[in-house]
Design a protein around this ligand. Structure first.
Ligand SMILES: Cc1cc2nc3c(=O)[nH]c(=O)nc-3n(C[C@H](O)[C@H](O)[C@H](O)COP(=O)(O)OP(=O)(O)OC[C@H]3O[C@@H](n4cnc5c(N)ncnc54)[C@H](O)[C@@H]3O)c2cc1C
Length: 435
């Protein structure tokens, strides 16, 4: 016998949790089916040997994002501006850098005059193909691939233009206590309002022709509901039948699968490290490590190219490889990735590995491209994304609806996941609950 409810939400990431809180707050009965043992999805904090929790997933609020900020306020939380200067490491020298990209003004001029959207690589090959443009071109590719987890052969130049000219590049914030405080708040509200959380429930099939809709899990349990909200990542909707997170739709959804293939969804490798000293700004290590006062971000050409601090003087560093760099590395074991991270940091900071090893207190490796319930990090926009989103946002006979980061306006962010939840909640064919 299938357990019945008004609404089943598949995925207890921020999108599913937010939708569940709003729906249950209006008296709907909600079951959340979540494959992992804990809620939060891509929002995950790690304690391990760290002296305070660090984030395996999101850390920043990229710009003035209204739903995220309102939710933090509702949860009684606070956020502060991200501090610190940019530095660039090249040929063993680390220097403060005003521009993240050399030749920024020329790049902006060409971007502004672009009339038709093309993949970024095509744009660069057309406008910056001289030998003298090499440095600019490499920096643009590294930045787009790194921060947007993108493939430069696929990412939309219009999307890059919009992002780099908007406020998200200049203004970013951090939530006190990290994004996990939002997960804790939403989970607790959902539970108070009677939502049923079923954890370690890997959905295998959604049979959406009958009324009600049936959802079957890999452990044999089944559930039925009038409407189902699917919030799993693009990587899961595209997983092949032999993968444990694959969801079969009965009948199949070939039009949506074709649309999903037009979207960009890239990997990220994130390495968190804690040291016994912020050696980059500690006179004790002068002469052994470069002194980088007020370090925010350090950009380099190493295999793990981007490094950032939590606060300039706190002894934590995060290493980051996104897009094609992460794609190349993602099949390596966590131990190998950690070795590469130490070698990259040593190169980027021009500091001996032995010193880094001596000062290291804790570390963790998060390889999102191989995470079984995400299979990537987040979406980026391709020239085909707008059309693909319209197709994905169409419900299946007003019974199965889709939401999640891929369907929000600010793709690839927590805000996008929340935007997509609000979008479905205000759809008149879903149980309309918001004004
Ligand atoms: C490394 C990294 C860094 C990031 N940095 C930032 C940042 O700084 N700022 C920012 O705004 N955003 C950032 N993001 C993006 C942000 O984390 C996501 O956009 C957002 O958390 C997505 O929420 P969601 O609810 O749409 O999806 P998810 O959090 O992925 O939730 C979907 C849920 O579905 C579950 N699921 C999957 N398959 C199944 C199945 N078969 N059955 C049942 N359940 C299933 C998953 O376990 C998961 O819990 C980052 C992401 C990553 C990975």
């Amino acid at each position: 016998m299938a357990q019945a409810t008004d609404i089943i939400i598949i995925g207890a990431g921020i999108c599913g949790l937010y939708a569940a809180k709003e729906l249950s707050g209006k008296g709907k009965s909600v079951i959340l089916l979540e494959a992992r043992e804990a809620a939060g999805g891509r929002i995950r904090s790690i304690n391990g040997n760290f002296s305070k929790a660090v984030d395996a997933g999101p850390e920043f609020i990229h710009g003035d994002l209204p739903i995220t900020k309102a939710l933090i306020k509702e949860a009684g939380g606070a956020f502060h501006e991200q501090n610190g200067k940019f530095y660039r490491s090249k040929n063993g020298k680390v220097k403060e850098s005003e521009d993240m990209i050399p030749g920024w003004d020329r790049l902006m001029k060409e971007l502004k005059s672009l009339k038709k959207d093309v993949p970024l690589m095509e744009f660069l090959n057309t406008h910056f193909n001289d030998e003298t443009d090499k440095e600019l071109k490499t920096a643009v590719i590294n930045m787009a691939e790194g921060f947007d987890a993108a493939d430069a052969n696929r990412i939309s130049t219009f999307a890059v233009r919009e992002e780099w000219m908007g406020d998200s590049m200049e203004l970013s914030y951090r939530i006190e206590g990290g994004y996990s405080m939002l997960v804790d708040y939403l989970t607790s509200e959902c539970k108070k309002q009677g939502c049923v959380f079923i954890m370690s429930a890997i959905v295998k099939e959604i049979n959406w022709k009958p009324e009600p809709v049936f959802v079957h899990c890999s452990d044999g349990r089944s559930y039925s509901a009038n409407q189902v909200l699917v919030t799993v990542p693009v990587g899961i909707l595209l997983a092949s039948e032999d993968e444990k997170s694959h969801i079969r739709f009965t009948p199949g959804i070939p039009e949506k699968i074709a649309a999903l293939k037009q979207m960009g969804f890239g990997p990220v490798i994130k390495i968190n490290m804690e040291f016994s000293s912020a050696f980059w700004n500690d006179p004790k290590y002068k002469g052994k490590a470069p002194q980088l006062p007020d370090l925010g971000f350090l950009l380099s050409e190493s295999e793990i190219p981007v490094w950032w601090t939590q606060e300039p003087d706190a002894p934590f560093l995060t290493g980051w490889a996104g897009g094609s760099r992460a794609e190349k590395l993602k099949t390596l074991s966590d131990e190998k990735l950690f070795e590469k991270a130490m070698a990259s940091l040593s190169e980027a900071m021009n500091t001996p590995v032995e010193l880094l090893q001596r000062l290291l207190k804790a570390h963790s490796v998060s390889n999102w491209g191989t995470d079984p319930f995400t299979k990537g990090a987040y979406c980026y926009e391709t020239p085909g994304t707008a059309e693909a989103k319209k197709i994905l946002a169409e419900p299946l006979e007003d019974k199965v609806f889709f939401a999640g980061e891929a369907l929000g306006e600010n793709m690839g962010t927590v805000e996008a996941a929340l935007e997509s939840a609000v979008g479905v909640l205000t759809n008149s064919h879903f149980c309309r609950i918001l004004p």
